[in-house]
Design a protein around this ligand. Structure first.
Ligand code: GRF
Length: 204
């Protein structure tokens, strides 16, 4: 697959893939001229994100730790898949597993993630999905939002690239807040990716 001067991106996800769809839509609108989609990886063979990839002619790979005898074999297989697809940056879009340390090392500074809260608060191990919004509501915060950050060895700790704030409204439930934050995710991720790729030096 030629990338004609664009940065080949691999996307990792475990679920429905709405953030990936938002990034794809931005690319199809011409808002992400600097990227091409090299590969989509999911640990979940029936994840919606793999269906979205297939529907858009993007290589879709089910790759789960469960299919390998040990961490090293899983990491090697994932690294080989990334390299054989010329991957130069990784976008985590609802990926619920830890990225193996060898992948973080190989792509240090070039792995992005989206978190449904205003990091550094309401992040870290165990803070994902509806629990994040329950914690925000319980805290009495008047604002929440979405954060795009670089990924390192710790959950949700890397450099923050971009955030988008949303109000917490009276009467919000975790579900209504989650929906408002998800809309912000779909705006902030494509924009963060566009800016990030502009800063990257292309290593052909
Ligand atoms: C999003 O809420 C994101 O913040 C979190 O996981 C969810 C992924 O949703 N990392 P989707 O698969 O992109 O729809």
């Amino acid at each position: 697959m030629t990338h004609s001067g664009k940065i080949p991106i691999a996307v990792f996800g475990s679920g429905r893939g709405s953030n990936f769809q938002a990034i794809l839509d931005a690319a199809q609108r011409g808002d992400l001229p600097g990227i091409s989609f090299a590969l989509v990886v999911s640990n979940n063979s029936d994840a919606g994100i793999l269906e979205i990839a297939r529907a858009n002619g993007i290589p879709a790979l089910h790759c789960s730790r469960k299919s390998y005898p040990d961490d090293a074999a899983f990491e090697a297989a994932l690294l080989e898949a990334l390299r054989s697809h010329d991957t130069e940056a990784i976008v985590l879009a609802g990926y619920m597993k830890k990225v193996p340390p060898g992948i973080i090392a190989a792509y240090r500074g070039r792995i992005l993630n989206i978190h449904p809260a205003l990091l550094p608060r309401f992040g870290g191990q165990g803070m994902y999905g509806i629990r994040v919004h329950e914690a925000v509501l319980a805290s009495g915060e008047r604002e929440s939002g979405a954060t795009v950050h670089l990924v390192d060895e710790e959950y949700d700790r890397g450099v923050i690239l971009l955030q988008r704030r949303v109000p917490v409204l009276p009467g919000d439930t975790p579900e209504t807040l989650a929906a408002r934050v998800l809309e912000a995710e779909h705006q902030v991720y494509p924009e963060a990716l566009r800016r990030f790729v502009e800063t990257m030096v292309h290593h052909p």
